[in-house]
Ligand binder design. Structure first.
Ligand code: GUN
Length: 285
């Protein structure tokens, strides 16, 4: 029977530390970490994520502002807002909630954010730094997954690590962080042949697919650490991950629940990046 990795509890502990570090930064330097969250259009799920991010900022003593723009916002208008936020000394982190409406050029928007304020670590400059291993910010979801693995006391070095999914937000950077810790890493995707054979090799299996019950018991090596990045709805509309939880629980050694696993960690890593950015500003960097 797998042991649960309690993301909610681990996130709460890290947030306490962030709140304490924030208090100290404000007292010693007068710099209060500030996050600007930009959302375009009215996708309800995205608005929920943004609200949670804003709430989390308030809980640790950050300044935060939300820019909710209408669906018809033009590229030029969005770029002008980013230019203003890039110059604003109150703001240390800028997050543009993705996906953007189809008429907007997502990559151009990401590249417009100052790399120093790119707390998602999506800018090409930060992606490149992560590849080299000399980074300021780590992408939030993969960084949160690494924290969960560490909190479970699992060492990555020399282990077979399999990541399912190759997105720029999760799969690709996830593979890189596992590689930094000396894992032997395989990335699987929709064209991978004999997927269960590949995933069964994994000592550490990370799923970021976006399909309910995608990871079944036959895909998991007995004793594997299974991290579920999925955020899906099941046939009853209930929130669930990628992993068929009931079937995989008896096989894995550690497993993350959904909700309460990776989700709370993602926002926590966003807070951590924003604090790092504010600390750098206070140091004149
Ligand atoms: N949409 C889904 N996940 C993310 C994320 O981590 N950052 C941003 N900006 N948008 C997202």
């Amino acid at each position: 029977m797998a042991q649960m990795i309690d993301g909610k509890k681990i996130a709460a502990e890290i947030r306490e530390q962030i709140a304490a570090d924030t208090k100290k930064l404000v007292e010693e330097t007068g710099v209060r970490p500030g996050l600007a969250v930009v959302i375009v259009g009215d996708d309800p799920a995205s608005h929920v994520y943004v609200r949670n991010k804003k709430k989390a900022c308030e809980q640790v003593g950050f300044y935060s502002e939300e820019h909710a723009l209408p669906e018809q916002t033009t590229q030029q208008e969005l770029m002008a807002l980013l230019d203003r936020l890039n110059q604003d000394p109150k703001i240390h982190g800028i997050l543009v909630q993705l996906p953007l409406p189809r008429h907007l050029d997502e990559q151009a928007v990401i590249e417009r954010i100052s790399p120093k304020k790119d707390v998602d670590a999506f800018h090409a400059m930060n992606v490149g730094k992560i590849m080299i291993g000399n980074f300021d910010f780590l992408p939030c979801t993969p960084a949160g997954v690494m924290e969960l693995i560490h909190a479970a006391g699992v060492s990555v070095s020399g282990k077979e690590c399999v990541v399912i999914g190759r997105s720029n937000i999760v799969g690709k950077p996830m593979a890189m962080l596992l590689l930094h810790e000396n894992g032997t890493v395989t990335i699987c995707h929709s064209r991978t042949q004999h997927l269960p054979e590949v995933t069964r090799r994994a000592d550490i299996l990370v799923s970021a697919v976006g399909r309910a019950k995608f990871v079944t018991a036959d895909m998991v090596k007995p004793g594997a650490v299974v991290i579920d990045v999925g955020m899906n709805r099941d046939e009853n509309g209930k929130l669930c991950g990628d992993v068929d939880f009931a079937a995989v629980e008896p096989v894995a050694s550690y497993l993350t629940p959904v909700p309460g696993g990776v989700g709370p960690m993602t926002i926590t890593m966003l807070l951590k990046n924003t604090l790092t950015s504010a600390q750098k500003t206070a140091q004149g960097k």
